[in-house]
Design a protein around this ligand. Structure first.
Ligand SMILES: O=C(O)C(=O)C[C@]1(C(=O)O)C=C[C@@H](O)C=C1
Length: 255
């Protein structure tokens, strides 16, 4: 345990955030293989008995139920979108290192992530249209949601490291419930700028058509997911939500 605590540095958590960018960009590219496929999100398309709502809700709820049984949510880095009525883990407990304050489990912004992903992001990066392949579409959505949720809730770890490094500054603000000061303390504008630049670059590199034996420039500038959309999504949602998580976590840090 002490080992993990010691290895936790601002550099190591930032490295993890950088690595997670790859997963996020790739998941968006995978989802963008399919058009919007609106029936996936339409409860009236999916008319099975039971109260699942849309097809995507069925896929997410049932997958989370299976993964809960397999122990996924015993790990404090994982957050379910539908935490109510999840079955208990059925595997022997794994001794995850206790790094976060236990009050952290109650910080969960997945409702917001769900809303932003489906209502703000999706229409911007997938083509309009309907190819009928809804089950695969929902599976790709789940993948996107899970990697985004993981990244955004990683804010808890980021905040924990920052608190340990600078508790003298954070403690008074936490006791005063001063969200504005906490937000100012944890904000690093140069880092945010670098994150946005890097995801733009990743989206253009990962999303290029790679051809062998064709030197034409025909595909230049054609990307599977618009790099500008990814960058804006990070700037407008991913980073702000991560910061929300950081503030919420810090407010509970002394509980
Ligand atoms: O790297 C940090 O220090 C973070 O807190 C993460 C993050 C981000 O979401 O990428 C959020 C806030 C900071 O202003 C910079 C970057």
């Amino acid at each position: 345990e002490s080992d993990v605590r010691d290895r936790l540095t601002l550099e190591s958590v930032r490295d993890s955030l950088i690595r997670q960018e790859d997963s996020i960009v790739f998941s968006l590219i995978e989802r963008a293989k399919f058009p919007l496929n609106a029936p996936t999100y339409d409860p009236s398309y999916f008319l099975m008995p039971g109260s699942y709502g849309s097809l995507v809700e069925l896929v997410v709820k049932q997958t989370e139920a299976v993964q809960a049984k397999a122990g996924r949510y015993e790990n404090s880095e994982e957050h379910p979108f539908f935490p109510d009525d999840l079955p208990p883990s059925q595997v022997p407990p794994h001794k995850y290192p206790r790094v976060l304050n236990p009050a952290a489990v109650f910080v969960n912004v997945n409702k917001k992530i769900w809303d932003v992903y489906f209502n703000k992001l999706l229409p911007l990066f997938v083509a309009p249209g309907d190819d009928g392949i809804y089950a695969s579409t929902a599976a790709r959505d789940l993948e996107c949601l899970q990697v985004l949720s993981r990244r955004i809730h990683y804010g808890k770890l980021v905040a924990e490291v920052k608190f340990r490094d600078e508790w003298k500054h954070y403690e008074p603000a936490i006791r005063a419930r001063d969200k504005k000061t906490l937000m100012d303390l944890l904000t690093a504008p140069a880092v945010e700028k670098a994150v946005k630049k890097r995801v733009t670059k990743k989206a253009s590199i990962f999303g290029q058509e790679v051809k062998v034996g064709d030197d034409s420039d025909e595909n230049k500038g054609k990307y599977k997911v618009d790099p500008a959309v990814v960058s804006r999504f990070y700037g407008d949602w991913v980073i702000p939500l991560t910061k929300d998580v950081e503030v919420q976590y810090l407010l509970h840090r002394l509980d």
